[in-house]
Design a protein around this ligand. Sequence first.
Ligand code: SAM
Length: 444
Amino acid sequence: MEKQISGLAARTAALQMLDAVLRRGEHLDQARHAYIKKLNPSDAAMAMVIANETLRYLIDIDALIDSQTRNILSEDAKVRMVLRMSLAQLFIMETPPHAVISTSLALLQGGPRKLAHGVIGSLLRAEAQLPDTPTMPPFAALKWLKDWGPQMVEDSRILFATAPSVDLCLKDAGHLEKMSETLAQDLIEGVKPISLMAGHIRMPRGQAVDALPGFDEGEWWVQDIAAQIPARILNDLMAQKGKDAQSGDVLDLCAAPGGKTMQLCAAKHRVTALDVSERRARRLQQNLDRTAMDANIVIHNLLKWKGAQSYDAILLDAPCTASGTFRRHPDIIQKIDDRDIAKLAALQSEMFAHIAKWVRPGGFIIFATCSLEREEGEDQLQKFLSEHGDFTAVLPDMSAYPIAPINGEFIPEKGVRVLPNNAMEHGGMDGFYVAAVQKNANMK
Ligand SMILES: C[S@@+](CC[C@H](N)C(=O)[O-])C[C@H]1O[C@@H](n2cnc3c(N)ncnc32)[C@H](O)[C@@H]1O
């Protein structure tokens, strides 16, 4: 009988994903593989929107639920999970109430349907609303307030209300003008793509990416502008070093699904791309195939890999909390805590130190994380420099990058801190941290 209720498959998958994230502590990105793979594309997309919007407004949704129940429902009770997603559909996605109520009650078969129906009904009668911008989870909000100040937290809250725009990275930066014009033809009149950096195009939100011109031809790939910065720093440092270094032996570590690998290949380096995950490495290969570029792909744990030679430059895009991607992954900052940060920071230090021996004298290591936590950024560079007297912090000319330095100027020993409210007037960007070090030329 349940199968006959339209839209139930998407809601069932959304509930399973929320349960995996909020009760079992999994990442939505991982949970999604298990629960949406059997759905048709439109149900899969709907399940993802419900899960993401529920997580984005979780604190405000819980406050509405708690305002209607005599006893506070337990955090991981099924009825709370179902109510959470019901309110996201009603008050954010503006799904018609009958569709929300019928599917929600079906999910609660044999459970407290009357309670759920009562809560939804009384919130609808009271014309309840969610705030325009979601309340930030307290752990992240307090930590960011201390590290980056009130403006960053306020702007992050505004950015948190919506999914980010789609950024493209062009294979050939020289095609920027022509590609922008071609892409503009597909948009409604008056809406234009913008470019904030060489080779970068930002599309208006809500574009179906693989239908855009140039996708099949491999002219571009999707990559947040902040995520384009690390490989661009590597390419700029190599280019500044001189003609011979413009194309070098480059090792891309933690490379899949390959956004940065493609930037390095497009700059004509000889690239070895390593990742521990076979599944993600397959996506890297598909991305290279689509863009008609080539890299030597290695599937290995970098800490155990014996195949390293010596390289002109290494890019380490280390595993991290990914708190800088909070807009596209709203589950991350609902769950992040000091223990996660410390565990990943320890792994990053181990990786950064482990690869130092693989760089040629005069060569570079670029260390990057998509995290807003100092432990995974500034502190990593300090630790590396204090333990490696044979390396010096460096940066290329940063004047053409769309980011403002934190204290008025870029200082190599501090690295590059990318805050989400850079280019705020154009919709902001992911949070990131990038540092570059160079092995002293007379060192072996
Ligand atoms: C932030 S993602 C990389 C994104 C990628 N650089 C890009 O631009 O598309 C981190 C990657 O690190 C990989 N990884 C985690 N631990 C690793 C290890 N010990 N050795 C190699 N790769 C690892 C993960 O499989 C994951 O693909």
